[in-house]
Design a binder for this molecule. Sequence first.
Ligand code: ADP
Length: 261
Amino acid sequence: WHLTRALPFIIDGKIIKWFGTNTDIDEQKQLQRQKDDFLGIASHELKTPVTSIKAYAQVLGAMLEKEGQNKKAELVLRMDSQVNRLTNLIGDLLDVTKINSGRLQFNKTWFDFNEAVKETVVDLQHTTQKHKLITYFGDVVKIHSDKDRIGQVITNLITNAIKYSPHTDEIIISTRVENNEAIVCVQDFGIGIAEDKLDKVFEQFYRVSGNKQHTFPGLGLGLYISAEIIKREGGRMWVNSVEGKGSTFCFSLPLNTDINN
Ligand code: ADP
């Protein structure tokens, strides 16, 4: 029902039933708000113990290494990397609640776009031995944006490229300047995405269906968060993909012409 007023159903001057209420929409909004509040509180509560576990694991790892107990230290290191995954998942849930309630904050500064991409690529290359991250940089430009948030988006695109390319090892990251925009693209040669699913991948909680859930874990939030960040920063995000051949995810950010000329 999308009626804004409750309508009485009248027969012989008697009200038989009220139907079509304005509470349906209000109720939906309220439910959505309750869901967002719950997500916000739950992820906030999860964050504290996970942060402690991480700190303890790091201390324990350092102690074991010092004692020369390398096998045990290696196990603790693996524990630490799983805790990092958990931290990222909780971070995504927190970001979604912030986006949904309009509380996502940006801390803007001027920075070199290519340098920011390079820093993220160098960090991520340390996380994979199998995949080779190849970079091509275009003109040097400065952008005015939230560097951490932009790093988060690039990280998301590259980790997806790695995750969804189990049988190929090259990932190409390129930047260019075009029509007053700084653009970065992340190209992989992995599983690709079917054409009819392409515009859905930026939706909240959307994951391309199939029995892949076990092979490729995730919550279906990374691209939604990334696209929202880019939208809020005045840019665009898009994807080209061929199923079975690979995908190219790109985003653009507006340039300030005064500074860059
Ligand atoms: P997640 O990876 O946690 O599922 P995302 O929001 O990052 O969430 O991505 C949404 C969906 O889009 C994924 O579940 C996957 O089906 C598809 N996808 C994203 N990036 C790629 C890629 N590089 N190659 C193939 N499919 C992708």
